[in-house]
Write a protein that binds this ligand. Structure first.
Ligand SMILES: C[S@@+](CC[C@H](N)C(=O)[O-])C[C@H]1O[C@@H](n2cnc3c(N)ncnc32)[C@H](O)[C@@H]1O
Length: 413
């Protein structure tokens, strides 16, 4: 065993024993994010796994391999449903905080493709899960701020540095998908580009009955989202005669629900030429209360604002754009588009292929919304099981969760 492997084993052992003093010494020379080469466990994983119920096995095979530090079953009391007693949980919490203070990465995945937060969630360790969500929120906010700082110091404006991730669900998954490829998944992988906005807008789309996919087989929009669209339209447009703006037509699902509400004005911004062609075929251009703005919202919105058109309700759901694009939209544009007492919403699909990423980004966006002057009310909607067939021909399953958190935002105060 090499010196660094030995150091890693010692760190993991101390973390699994929640031995703060030993960890403090070991962390002077070892990394808080060291990973066991066989299991991919970091000290955070080890600290959490030690609270597993004795009956379950987090990494049985690891123990068989002689790695004694996971899930030691060192919980002595049966006083909570997970086998770990209050003291054990508190010790784990202290250990995790020490590790995080020393630079442990919140979203490294193990060989089981689980981040420490995923592991805590699977073991039902709510308090430990909450610590990991908090750590994720702090890391992501910091990362976003650093991005802004870099942009400022590069002298670029937001147009030039337009983001490259998709915002329609699952785009902000931080952890690696290939569990055999253990390396630093780290906070920076939250901005893995897939696909690029301009590439997407140039790409050829295929329209199926229940979905639209792009040239790379990414799901652009899928019919299973109809319940979410319906509920969003019900909350945003509760009565007839309102002025509504929808950014991103896709399959036209929300636009059809909006039309059912008899809005006095219904504006739609759409950038993809094939979606626009489909809209023409479907008769959207002929509707008397509909105005279609062809182009990217980044180009269209300034003109709309210049014409002093205001809306009672706005929905934002684009594709192949990153979180920064959404933040730019609500930080800079909504103020010029929304009536004082208006409401707006967006498709909240950030990080939806992993629960901890979703919970983390739901909090990040809520904090950013508050900073931008919005109060957000969240409605939790159960997402019915999505038929496996629906994902056929779709490269990546961008939604795996049971609940959708539907945001309704309005100006603070
Ligand atoms: C997820 S779909 C919208 C689905 C829609 N909510 C529905 O109910 O069917 C995203 C749409 O946004 C469009 N889009 C992507 N980037 C855009 C941009 N920068 N400006 C305007 N539209 C954009 C895409 O072409 C696509 O039609």
């Amino acid at each position: 065993m090499s010196d660094s492997d030995l150091e890693t084993q010692q760190l993991l052992l101390a973390a699994s024993q929640h031995d703060i003093r030993r960890l403090q010494i070991l962390l002077r020379r070892g990394s808080a994010s060291a990973q066991d080469p066989e299991t991919g466990f970091t000290p955070l994983h080890a600290a959490i796994a030690a609270c597993e119920p004795p009956s379950s096995s987090v990494h049985t095979e690891s123990r068989e391999n002689g790695h004694q530090f996971y899930g030691l079953g060192n919980s002595t009391s049966e006083d909570d449903s997970h086998g770990a007693g209050e003291d054990e949980i508190q010790n784990a919490a202290k250990t995790m905080k020490l590790l995080l203070e020393n630079g442990a990465i919140w979203n490294d995945v193990d060989m089981n493709n689980e981040t420490p937060g995923c592991l805590a969630l699977r073991l039902g360790l709510k308090d430990l899960y909450a610590i990991m969500v908090d750590a994720g929120v702090r890391a992501e906010i910091l990362l976003n701020r650093l991005d802004e700082y870099e942009m400022l110091s590069n002298g670029q404006d937001s147009e030039e540095t337009e983001g490259v991730e998709k915002s329609n669900g699952g785009d902000l998954n931080t952890a690696q998908e290939n569990s055999s490829d253990i390396q630093d998944a780290g906070a920076d992988s939250i901005s893995r580009p897939e696909p690029d906005s301009d590439d997407y807008l140039r790409s050829s789309l295929t329209f199926h009955k229940d979905k639209i996919v792009d040239g790379l087989q990414n799901g652009v929009m899928m019919a299973w989202e109809a319940d979410i669209m319906k509920r969003t339209a019900d909350l945003l447009v509760p009565k007839a005669g309102l002025r509504v703006l929808n950014v991103g037509h896709g399959m036209g699902i929300i636009d059809r629900f909006i039309q059912e509400k008899s809005p006095s004005a219904h504006h739609i911004i759409e950038a993809h030429p094939q979606v626009l062609a489909q809209m023409r075929k479907d008769g959207w251009y002929a509707k008397s209360n509909v105005t279609i703005h062809e182009g990217k919202w980044q180009d269209v919105v300034p003109n709309v604002i210049e014409q002093s058109v205001l809306f009672d309700a706005i929905y934002f759901d684009t594709f192949a754009e990153d979180y920064k694009a959404l933040r730019d939209f609500f930080s800079d544009q909504i103020i010029g588009l929304l009536e004082d007492r208006g409401k707006w919403s967006f498709f909240n699909g950030l990080g939806a292929d992993r629960q901890i990423c979703y919970d983390t980004y739901t909090r990040v966006v809520e904090l950013d919304l508050f900073e931008a002057g919005f109060d957000t009310e969240w409605e939790t909607m159960h997402v019915l099981d999505i038929d496996k067939e629906a994902w056929k021909d779709v490269k990546r399953r961008y939604w795996v969760l049971k609940d959708y958190k539907l945001p309704i935002c309005s100006f603070t105060g």
